[in-house]
Design a protein around this ligand. Structure first.
Ligand SMILES: Cc1cc2nc3c(=O)[nH]c(=O)nc-3n(C[C@H](O)[C@H](O)[C@H](O)COP(=O)(O)O)c2cc1C
Length: 148
């Protein structure tokens, strides 16, 4: 079993955080909010995941900054994102940033997350009830594949 950590940013409705907490409930994966990530010793881990809500088509800036500044990164990584529209490609810029660091991308996961940003709030939001139980199960399966 690979020692795994996920560093995440989740600010809009905590969709990403809720998804991670439910999926990792009975898995040996450490979750760290980006706010506290600088105090974490990454040398303890073999795999690092980055998880984010999508804001204006991208992972949160704080995760890019963290990735750029990190000197002790595990050599394997995976990406997770939630977004209102469920577009898989929202991770493209982060994939490029990972490539620049020269570490192996071993998987990506995404699902929808409740979104009331901008005009969507006037219609009660989109992707209501996401992440849902199926999203959590799908992420659990994905993570099991990563860590085992
Ligand atoms: C400032 C802002 C910008 C957003 N931009 C996008 C976007 O470009 N595409 C999209 O599908 N969803 C967008 N969303 C919706 C979020 O990606 C979605 O609600 C996500 O699940 C939020 O995750 P979080 O609750 O963990 O922060 C945006 C939300 C906010 C607050």
């Amino acid at each position: 079993m690979l020692k795994t950590i996920i560093v995440y940013n989740s600010i809009h409705h905590k969709n990403t955080e809720k998804l991670l907490q439910l999926a990792c409930n009975d898995l040996e994966v450490d979750l760290v909010d980006i706010k506290f990530a600088k105090d974490t010793d990454l040398r303890l881990y073999e795999v690092i995941g980055f998880a984010s809500g999508i804001y204006h088509g991208n992972f949160h800036r704080s995760l890019f900054n963290y990735l750029e500044d990190c000197s002790q990164l595990p050599q394997k990584t995976f990406l997770i994102h939630t977004s209102g529209t469920g577009n898989a490609k929202y991770n493209s810029s982060f994939v490029e940033a990972v490539k620049t660091k020269g570490i192996d991308l071993i998987g990506s996961f995404h699902c929808k997350g409740f979104d009331t940003f901008g005009l969507f709030k006037y219609i009660g939001g989109i992707a209501k009830k996401h992440p849902n139980e199926k999203d959590v199960e799908n992420l659990k399966d994905f993570l099991q594949g990563i860590i085992e």
